[in-house]
Design a protein around this ligand. Structure first.
Ligand SMILES: [Zn+2]
Length: 302
């Protein structure tokens, strides 16, 4: 499936590495699974609970997608980060145990996959505290990572997360390597390009998503981004939903993608917690690009 229709020229643009990764790795890869499950529908409208076919499609994620994807991750021997809404954790506690048993990280993803833009600060804090309590109680470990439902955070979210000892956020899209918010909170940014919803989501009513894409096209889309990120020493953050990417042909897609990434070499497959810990211990690892950032100004000083 690997695309060979472009031949890099000898004088191809190759900028200095954006980030110095541990042990000489060329780039990092964070595989994320957002286990939205039933909350995909329930957060939109609680009365959708009586729509059995819709709900069964959502339930496919925690019930079939996660077990199958855990099997693939064990087969490939790569770690991942699972962002799980509190409601899903409460309703699928043994699924949660299996994720932990597989050696993967579990991070926060709201309680009922709430859109934070519609909450005030007190409401958002209440959801955060409830979710921390649930994940801590059910996994035995306090979560340190947060992925906002729909990727959208509020201006006060970094302060809220820091106040409750969450050490990294994986919700913004402002770079392709980790950076710090003004309060020091670490951000591990994602992007819509590396998301499966845009490629695979579809439901007739309510109307969700688009025409499901061919896996060969999606492989090409993600592989090209990975290859360039590898050249530029970026952090490849792939976000998948088990109700979409747990389907058989997409599990094969992920297997092929990770296999090709491994073949390329120099990839640090890491959980969000490890990437955040590394950046905290090595604040100089990041190379600033923004002409208007203070770090760039400092570098340019004579
Ligand atoms: Zn989600």
């Amino acid at each position: 499936m690997k695309s060979n229709n472009t031949t890099p020229s000898a004088n191809r643009f190759l900028p200095p590495p954006r980030f110095v990764w541990p042990e000489g790795h060329r780039c990092a890869a964070m595989l994320c699974f957002d286990v939205d499950g039933e909350t995909t529908a329930l957060s939109e409208d609680p009365t959708l609970a009586r729509r059995r076919t819709l709900m069964s499609q959502c339930e496919y994620g925690p019930r079939i997608g996660v077990p199958r994807l855990l099997g693939l991750l064990a087969h490939l021997e790569v770690p991942a980060t699972f962002f799980v809404p509190g409601y899903i954790a409460e309703n699928h506690p043994r699924m949660l145990e299996a994720i932990v048993a597989g050696g993967h990280e579990i991070g926060l993803h709201g309680y009922l996959h709430e859109k934070l833009a519609y909450l005030n600060e007190a409401g958002e804090e209440a959801v955060l505290l409830k979710s921390i309590d649930i994940l801590t109680r059910l996994t035995g470990t306090r979560p340190v990572g947060f992925r906002a439902p729909w990727f959208e955070i509020n201006p006060w979210t970094p302060a809220l997360l820091a106040r409750h000892e969450i050490t990294y956020c994986a919700s913004e899209m402002g770079d392709d390597v980790p950076y710090r918010h003004d309060n020091g909170l670490i951000e591990i940014p994602g992007q819509w390009l590396l998301e499966d919803w845009e490629q695979f989501a579809f439901n007739a009513d309510p109307a969700w998503g688009f025409v499901p894409e061919n896996c060969a096209k999606v492989f090409d889309l993600w592989w090209r981004e990975f290859e360039a990120m590898h050249d530029f020493s970026c952090c490849f953050v792939l976000t998948l939903h088990p109700w979409l990417s747990g389907r058989p042909s997409r599990v094969r897609l992920l297997e092929d993608l990770v296999g090709a990434m491994r073949e390329k070499g120099g990839v640090w497959f890491a959980r969000g917690r490890e990437i955040a810990d590394y950046f905290r211990a090595h604040p100089q690892a990041r190379r600033e690009l923004d002409f208007d950032a203070q770090e760039t100004a400092d570098c340019l000083k004579p």
